[in-house]
Design a protein around this ligand. Structure first.
Ligand code: GLA
Length: 371
């Protein structure tokens, strides 16, 4: 199995968009090693759209932009590999990529072989111009690329990016290693929270070998508050989402680097059971998520989705006394008040009070069981 746990790495798009270059990629790869991200499991260094020349070479080859990548892509792949990391690249199954560069249609075999030759370990294959209305073609286009990548003999992760349009969680397992479930994420709380909510009805389709992908992290970008950055990371970990950093790793604050490598959160994300959180309740102030873990315990995440402080909901009573606060490693404070958009996460054994019932969804803070 190529991806027993959600893949992790960095992708250029959310950080620099089309202004990707050898310089950005290699500085980032070095920073990932120097700042502890590589050791924490962020392995893939992925060049997104914009690395290509505007047209294929005279012999049909998909060419790189010589100004952005003066020494070509194989050189970058070698340098990334020399750091102990893996190298990823981007193309599209249609005629054009989303930013208008040449896509792979008609050249799939040639492109797959060239990527393997360069030492590519990961391909993001981004639908965009490829006739989105034809669901059957989507499966065929991605199956073709899967087969061609396999035929190269190199292990290459295939990341499907068709924005959830054809519900790839129903058909992509065995073709893609991860599949986008939504349109693009933006560095705003409403985008992050909205996308997280869109994952909740489809959590049963994610797991070892193929992952729902709610898009890349925007942690460190835009005007996100520290609590919003923390909740963004926590949500993606509870959702067992692929974790692709999309910010300037070299200049990121120590506080945000610590968040990206937080062992408690990454432990939840990489838990070998590979379950994603389902919602167990949403009320006027909080959203409660529950993620079963391989060791039989569960993680509960309680998010204040409002712009005012909110007390924890009663849901924590379902965890044994001494359940651990993932942020601190200490027993969780059941009486804490959550700041706007902040999230509490506790891990522990569920008490003998039994399974969650539908009625739980409606119960509020005034319940008798509240801790
Ligand atoms: C689409 C994808 C993004 C990014 C851009 C590149 O919008 O969803 O993640 O790859 O294309 O053009």
């Amino acid at each position: 199995m190529r991806v027993p746990t959600p893949p992790m790495g960095w992708n250029s798009w959310n950080q620099v968009h089309e202004a990707v270059s050898e310089d950005v990629v290699l500085r980032t790869a070095r920073a990932m090693v120097d700042r502890g991200l590589a050791a924490a499991g962020y392995t893939y260094v992925v060049v997104d759209d914009g690395w290509q020349a505007r047209a294929r070479a005279a012999d049909g080859r998909l060419a790189h932009d010589p100004e952005k990548f003066p020494r070509g892509m194989a050189y970058v792949a070698d340098e990334v590999h020399a750091l102990g990391l893996k190298f990823g690249i981007y193309s599209a199954p249609g005629a054009r990529t989303c930013a208008g560069y040449p896509g792979s249609i008609g050249y799939e075999e040639q492109d797959a072989a060239m990527f393997a030759d360069w030492g590519v370990d990961f391909l993001k294959y981004d639908w965009c111009s490829a006739a989105p209305e034809v669901a059957d073609r989507t499966t065929a286009a991605y199956s073709l690329m899967r087969r061609l990548l396999d035929e190269t003999g190199r292990e290459i992760i295939l990341s499907l990016s068709e924005y959830g349009v054809t519900r790839p969680w129903h058909w992509a397992r065995g073709i893609g290693d991860m599949w986008r479930t939504t349109y693009d994420i933006w560095p705003t709380w409403s985008s992050i929270y909205g996308i997280a909510n869109q994952q909740l009805p489809i959590v049963e389709y994610t797991g070892p070998g193929g992952w729902n992908d709610p898009d890349m992290l925007h942690l460190g970008n835009g005007d996100l508050t520290l609590d919003e950055n923390r909740s963004h990371m926590a949500l993606w970990c509870l959702l067992a989402a692929p974790l692709f950093v999309g910010t300037d790793v070299e200049h990121l604050s120590d506080e945000l680097v610590a968040l990206l490598v937080h062992p408690g959160l990454l432990g939840l994300n990489q838990d070998p059971l590979g379950k994603a959180s389902a919602t167990t309740g949403v009320d006027g102030t909080t959203l409660t998520l529950r993620k079963p873990l391989a060791d039989g315990r569960v993680a509960l995440g309680i998010l204040n989705h409002t712009t005012k402080p909110a007390p924890l909901t009663y849901h924590l009573y379902r965890l044994e006394e001494g359940a651990v606060d993932v942020w601190t490693g200490e027993p969780i404070d059941r009486h804490q008040v959550l700041a706007p958009h902040a999230m509490a996460i506790a891990v522990g054994a569920e008490t003998a009070r039994g399974a969650w019932s539908a009625g739980d969804l409606d119960r509020r803070l005034d319940c008798e069981d509240c801790a």
